[in-house]
Design a protein. Sequence first.
Length: 282
Amino acid sequence: MEILYMGTAAEERIPGMFCNCELCQKALKLGGKDIRTRAQALIDGTLLVDFGSDTYEHFIREGRTLWDIHSILLTHSHPDHLSLEVFSSRYHWMSAETCKYPTLKLYTSQGVIDKIWRVVEARGLEKEMIEKYWEFIPMEYFQPIDVDGYTVTPLPARHAVPEQAFVFLIEKDGKSIFYGNDTGTFGTEVEEWLADNNKHIDLLSLDCTKGDVETPYYGHMSMSQGRAIADRFIAKKVVDERTKLYYTHFAHGCKMTHDELAKVAKEKYGFEITYDGFRLKV
């Protein structure tokens, strides 16, 4: 499998739209890897993870549209991960009848699906059109599901309470990706399920919104918290020396440029750092 990190920032992005902090000023000057958009990933060019408001920008930057996208995995409903504004872009007079796949499938929790329909009604969107061009498929914790030949297991994230938020184990052809951003330190039931089901993780990709700064907020992780997750997984033998360890999903509150993050992550915690447009094969 190949994962493309289309975006690697938290909701405010780096630099923040309304921010003039030291890091945001540095990012503007440095450009390149220090410009971070909202988190999103693409697996093998076809399986999309999250559907936030930077989706259009991400695909245009890659020189493509969403023509080849048949399925979307949705972690939770925060606006940097779910943009309801674009749902109507698949109405037949806009694009849907010329799409490769007439119906786009979105996999998420039942609670998020219910929320989508509430928003559709509140905004006066055409429900019949959305039902025609979108299919919302509910997922449950620890219940694997086949998505276009991938085995996807939603696991409990600690985020967006009381919503049922997900991190994902994505498997295909004997390889696996643990996509674990937008979560705080989750419960040990995650690695217990992985161990009980004889899983081995080839890529462990974890939230690093806090950088190397410790804060009490429950819904995101720091570098040390991510390292602790890796060590828990190692103890259960679902992660080993073959596993690639990466931090992703950064906020400007981490106060470090890409190069500074990479140095601390590698030297102090044994992790690598993602950036927008970064590709990795597992």
